[in-house]
Write a protein that binds this ligand. Structure first.
Ligand code: SF4
Length: 272
């Protein structure tokens, strides 16, 4: 598969938590990484191998933004999350998070302590569709989140075979939510399951073409096109084509300088 390897200097870094997830998305990138099995959700970050070394590397490379995320888990499940956020802020990082938001209200304090972007992954507003995608019927309730957590956020939607016919209506419905800064539409990312996910990758192409043909183009962001869809900015994100770059840390102690998460992890794992 084509991958744009001409990358700019890294502008952000990820901390990839590892452990079980409270969703079981069929397209989860964690399924691509067979050896990503260890659970570090209850391990204090002071015990993570190479962690401070990673932060020093980020500093040396002028990286200011750090995202708490996970390729096979949700960062809100991390036991020492609040302490970790405070630690990173004390080192002058801007700390954001990518989460499925299921625990958002429970973790209100943690989310309000972030000084960077909050991104909620919302793949459907319909419980039945969400069940097909994530094996969990409950969808996150953004109205409740708005009432309890005084922050704006980004919405990330992975277009796939189950939600493709809902996407445009979903954006229309979300456009009235004034806490949404913008919506990022993504395709399923994979290195090892291309045939299995082809229908989903095609669904993303279909929806992005529909948006390109029917809505107003605004600008590019690292080669990703941004459109005005019912008054909300929608970014058509293509992980393989964008020129943005980042470093990745996995809580078992792996530091990867690769933007492509799966191959970066697998390469480092072999060298361990
Ligand atoms: S929420 Fe994220 S980490 Fe959890 S199963 Fe879905 S894609 Fe994987």
């Amino acid at each position: 598969m084509y991958k744009n390897r001409e990358r700019e200097n890294p502008v952000f870094a990820n901390i990839n938590l590892q452990g079980p997830c409270n969703y079981k998305c069929f397209f989860c990138l964690g399924k691509d990484i067979k050896c990503l099995k260890s659970n570090y959700l209850n391990v204090h970050f002071k015990k993570w191998k190479n962690f401070d070394n990673y932060l020093d590397i980020c500093k040396k490379n002028n990286i200011k933004k750090i995202y708490l995320t996970g390729q096979n888990t949700d960062p809100l499940l991390y036991k020492y999350l609040l302490e970790l956020i405070e630690y990173l802020k004390s080192k002058d990082f801007i700390v954001g998070i990518r989460t499925n938001g299921l625990l958002a209200i429970e973790k209100k304090k943690e989310l309000e302590s972030l000084n960077g972007t909050i991104s909620y992954s919302v793949h459907s507003l319909n419980d039945e569709t969400n069940l097909k995608i994530t094996e969990v019927k409950k969808t996150i309730n953004l109205n409740d989140i708005n009432k309890f957590i005084n922050r704006n956020y980004r919405i990330g939607i992975v277009v796939n075979r189950y939600n493709k016919n809902e996407i445009i209506d979903m954006i229309k419905e979300l456009s009235s939510n004034k806490n949404i800064r913008y919506i990022q539409l993504r395709g399923c990312a994979t290195d090892n399951r291309y045939d299995e996910l082809k229908e989903d990758i095609d669904a993303y192409k279909e929806i992005s073409n529909y948006i390109k043909n029917n809505f107003k183009f605004l600008r590019n962001f690292y080669k990703a096109e941004i459109y005005d869809v019912y008054g909300v900015e929608v970014t058509l994100w293509k992980t393989v084509e964008t020129t943005i770059n980042s470093f990745n840390y996995f809580t078992e102690g792996i530091i990867s300088y690769d933007y492509f998460v799966v191959e970066g992890y697998e390469k480092c794992k072999k060298e361990m």
